[in-house]
Design a protein around this ligand. Structure first.
Ligand SMILES: O=P(O)(O)OC[C@H]1O[C@H](OP(=O)(O)OP(=O)(O)O)[C@H](O)[C@@H]1O
Ligand SMILES: Nc1nc2[nH]cnc2c(=O)[nH]1
Length: 183
């Protein structure tokens, strides 16, 4: 879906389709340079990271393997609480692997903070994080995120993997929702 398909639902486009592909290209170039030909295990966090994972993996020149985790963050309403339950664990043994967690967004940081320490406890050679979007003003915990595509304001966004009530994940851009959608 593009902007024309959902024009009345969207208040503001934050990243166009072209902007997103630029950010992905830049992230891939930095990752390729840092890993210098070492194999990388990309760990995508379902469901939001599906689009970033698919485009980032194809933009990389490094060899990668891919695995997926699904986690649920308990909280009241839309607030992440930091108490995380694994719904689907990795199939891969992380021992000695260079792990790169791939995310669509870091908001409070609570999910990633938990995930990073969980994966670090499994004996990998390294664990880094790559996210397309980050909301610095929403951070509740300090986490070291090596690869950030774009810092955005503290607003609820949809598109390119990000949902509202499971919809809008298939937008080819990232934007904020018009009030009538959620009120
Ligand atoms: O920094 P935090 O406040 O912890 O929020 C970030 C998390 O929220 C989103 O997932 P969500 O729980 O919406 O699940 P989904 O990917 O299945 O939509 C996103 O993909 C991160 O995993
Ligand atoms: N769709 C969506 N999911 C999120 N999870 C954490 N922050 C966000 C956000 O801004 N949008």
């Amino acid at each position: 879906m593009d902007t024309k398909d959902v024009a009345s639902d969207i208040e503001n486009v934050l990243l166009s389709k072209e902007d997103i592909q630029e950010r992905i290209k830049d992230l891939a170039a930095r990752i390729d340079a840092d890993y210098e030909g070492r194999d990388i295990l990309l760990v995508g966090v379902l469901k939001g990271a599906v689009m970033v994972m698919a485009d980032l993996a194809r933009a990389l020149h490094s060899h990668v393997t891919m695995d997926w985790m699904a986690v649920s963050s308990y909280g009241s309403g839309t607030q992440s609480s930091g108490v995380v339950r694994i719904l689907k664990d990795l199939d891969t043994d992380l021992l000695g692997k260079h792990v790169l967690i791939v995310e669509d967004i870091i908001d409070s940081g609570l999910t990633l903070s938990w995930l990073q320490s969980n994966l670090r406890s499994r004996g990998p050679a390294s664990v880094e994080i790559c996210t397309l979007l980050r909301k610095p003003d929403a951070a509740k915990v300090e986490i070291d995120v090596k690869y950030v595509g774009e810092e955005i304001p503290n607003e609820f966004v949809v598109g390119y993997g990000l949902d509202f009530a499971e919809k809008y994940r298939n937008l080819d851009f990232v934007g904020t929702l018009a009030r009538h959608v959620y009120e």
